[in-house]
Design a protein around this ligand. Structure first.
Ligand SMILES: *Cc1c(COP(=O)(O)O)cnc(C)c1O
Length: 382
């Protein structure tokens, strides 16, 4: 079977070959395979040094102190740790979040709601934004945490978090930001954004799957309760033997993301332009989200009169994604698109195209020509 053109970088990225080459050095008998918590021999010390070097690399991308980085198994776990960890032990707690967060945040907040925590679910504007005023209006005396994503994984839209962070800091309310889709795609600075907790993932940034991190601010000191116990690793916040190879991979990937950020954003902007230019001949195409205040690599489009499911079947040579989820027999339209006000019908006509480091001009040109052809064919048989 021919390999499809990969346009699903927002779902996951391949590991950069230089990252994979680095990782293998921390696995095999001739490598640094020791337990980073082993204090009694060189293989442990070397593994620990590698973990600490990676901690610096990840911290550096978000302008944090390495001591503020807690390793996790991914952004899902980091979101769980941030939200459950902030609420744990707080009587009568209230959380504010939005309806278009990643499931890692939504489902965690839903679970807490079942446990008796009050949750306010903000409705974003039709362009995907959450305003400072909306957040202010939702705050209560017992609000302990606000959780918002920096870049939406379906729309590519960026939330202006700094003004929100500033108000929350003044009021002593914790601010958690899911930055899994932002790292490596735009500048992220935890100080200017005034966030207290920030979730990161390795595999959205050309690192391996199964590793991530939570930034936990030290000054002012943020306290969260561990959700995984057993040995007190990561300053008591997350126990478990550290996966040295995964961590080294994530560190290397984040260092590459930092040094190549500007250039990569430029290349992705031009690929996006090329892709959209290739669709210009096609009527009835609308961009979901907005044209400004977004990252370049994610393009979410609705096609009038064409079901996304049929379109995907026609686009066999492209690996793309619709935000819809299969709930038993029926197909549920994307809750993110519904959340920004699209009708069920409009949401069922949307596909997400996401580009990345290994995308080429030929690939995006091929993608747009395929879309023009298949959409045209599907419309003509209606
Ligand atoms: C991918 C993603 C996650 C989950 O990250 P994992 O590392 O796969 O657990 C969380 N939030 C957002 C916005 C994501 O895109």
């Amino acid at each position: 079977m021919k390999k499809p053109v990969y346009l699903d970088y927002a779902a996951t990225t391949p590991v950069d070959p230089s990252v994979a080459n680095e990782m293998i050095k921390y696995l095999t008998p001739d490598g640094v395979f020791g337990n980073p918590a082993s204090r009694s021999h060189a293989l442990g010390w070397q593994a620990e040094a590698a973990v600490e070097a990676a901690r610096k690399q990840v911290a550096s991308l978000i302008h944090a102190d390495p001591r503020e980085i807690v390793w996790t198994s991914g952004a899902t776990e980091a979101d769980n740790l941030a939200i459950k960890g902030a609420v744990a032990g707080r009587e009568n707690a209230h959380i504010v979040t939005s309806k278009i967060e990643h499931k890692a945040v939504l489902d965690t907040c839903k679970w807490l709601e079942h446990q008796g925590v009050d949750v306010t679910w903000l409705d974003p504007e039709p362009d995907g934004s959450i305003s400072l005023q909306q957040v202010l209006d939702a705050l209560r005396d017992n609000t302990v945490l606000v959780s918002l994503m920096l870049v939406n994984n379906e729309l590519g839209t960026v939330t202006d978090v700094a003004p929100i962070g500033s108000v929350l800091r003044e009021r002593g309310i914790l601010f958690h930001v899911d930055a899994a889709q932002a790292a490596g795609k735009m500048p992220v600075d935890v100080t200017s954004m005034q966030v207290d907790l920030l979730a990161l993932s390795g595999h959205k940034v050309y690192g391996p799957k199964g590793v991530g991190a939570l930034y936990v601010r030290r000054s002012p000191d943020v306290r969260i309760e561990a959700q995984i116990h057993g040995g007190g690793h990561e300053r008591g916040m997350r126990s478990g033997t550290l996966p040295t190879h995964q961590i080294v991979g994530m560190g290397r990937a984040f260092a590459m993301a930092q040094s190549g950020l500007e250039q990569e954003v430029q290349v992705l902007e031009s690929l996006r332009e090329k892709f959209l230019a290739g669709l210009e001949g096609l009527d009835g195409v609308s961009l979901n989200g907005r044209e400004s205040g977004r990252v370049p690599g994610i393009v979410n489009l609705s096609f009038d009169g064409v079901e996304a499911e049929s379109l995907m079947l026609g686009l066999r040579d492209l690996a793309v994604s619709s935000g819809s989820a299969c709930a038993s027999a029926s197909i549920e339209p994307s809750y993110v698109l519904r959340g920004i006000g699209l009708s069920e019908e409009q949401a069922n006509r949307a596909l997400r195209f996401s580009f990345g480091r290994f995308s080429t001009e030929e690939e995006v040109a091929f993608a747009s020509s395929q879309i023009v052809e298949v959409v045209g064919r599907l419309r003509s048989v209606r």
